[in-house]
Design a protein around this ligand. Structure first.
Ligand code: SAH
Length: 242
């Protein structure tokens, strides 16, 4: 039976792709973190719904695989894209234990793209995406990646910049980046992109260092070619260099 692993996009239903909508219609069971089930409630009314608390990621994957293996078309929903710090990977890791389940990953708009669109056009050329969460990756690895990417000069998109448990990560990350970039570097911070409470602000790297960030915040640190045009954060790609 089919297991759809669906990226819902940043939040509001209007960012859901047509394919994701179709997959939600086709399934009988929907598994996901309660907050995401709430966001799509209008679309999944009447279907069997199951959630586990935050942190129950593997449990959610197993639950979804179990339902699909039991013969019910199932959807496992994630915010943004399911393959970007999402559950598509762990589902494939567990899949060999579930012969007969056909996995279909449905892409969604990831937070980096939703945040970039609100800030202007900061990701017009090469860029790097780094998560500041050290739950699954040791901080030393994150720090090494931050300094390598900062030295490379391109814009950096930072996921998981903070939570109630993980304080000070954004400040530490900015200090590492400041080793290669000026305090005046143009940066953007976006909270709740594409959902209720959406906020975006452009500021310098020096200011960003002192910002509070929560679990629905994404940060974009500008690169060598990033500046302000009409109040928007824009990275030049060189079209007008001639
Ligand atoms: N699969 C998700 C990412 C999950 S990691 C995706 O592709 O977007 C969780 C992190 O994503 C958050 O800490 C935050 O950095 C970012 N994020 C998720 N939704 C967001 C939103 N609506 N606005 C801003 N950042 C968001």
């Amino acid at each position: 039976m089919k297991l759809y692993v669906i990226g819902l996009g940043p939040g509001d239903e209007k960012y859901l792709t047509a394919e994701a909508r179709y997959a939600l219609e086709a399934c009988q069971v929907v598994v996901g973190y309660q907050r995401y089930l709430d966001l799509i409630q209008d679309l999944i009314k009447g279907k069997e719904q199951f959630s586990t608390p935050m942190g129950g990621e593997l449990k959610r994957c197993r639950m979804a695989l179990d339902f699909a293996a039991g013969g019910k078309p199932t959807a496992l929903v994630c915010s943004g894209d399911a393959g970007v710090y999402g559950l598509a990977g762990p589902v494939y890791e567990l899949a060999p234990e579930y012969a007969g389940v056909e996995i279909l990953v449905i892409p969604g708009i990831t937070a980096a793209l939703a945040a970039a669109a609100l800030l202007g056009a900061p990701l017009t050329n090469d860029f790097a995406v780094i998560s500041l969460s050290d739950l699954l990756t040791p901080w030393e690895v994150i720090a090494a990646r931050l300094s390598a990417a900062a030295a490379a000069g391109f814009p950096l998109c930072l996921y998981n910049p903070g939570s109630t448990k993980r304080k000070g990560h954004l400040e530490k990350a900015c200090d590492i980046i400041l080793g290669c970039r000026s305090t005046e570097t143009v940066c953007g911070i976006v909270s709740c992109a594409g959902r209720e409470g959406e906020q975006s602000r452009i500021m310098s790297l020096g200011e960003l260092r002192n910002q509070k960030a929560d679990m629905v915040t994404t940060v974009i640190v500008g690169g060598a070619e990033t500046g302000l045009i009409g109040g928007k954060m824009v990275t030049l790609r060189g079209y007008r260099r001639d």
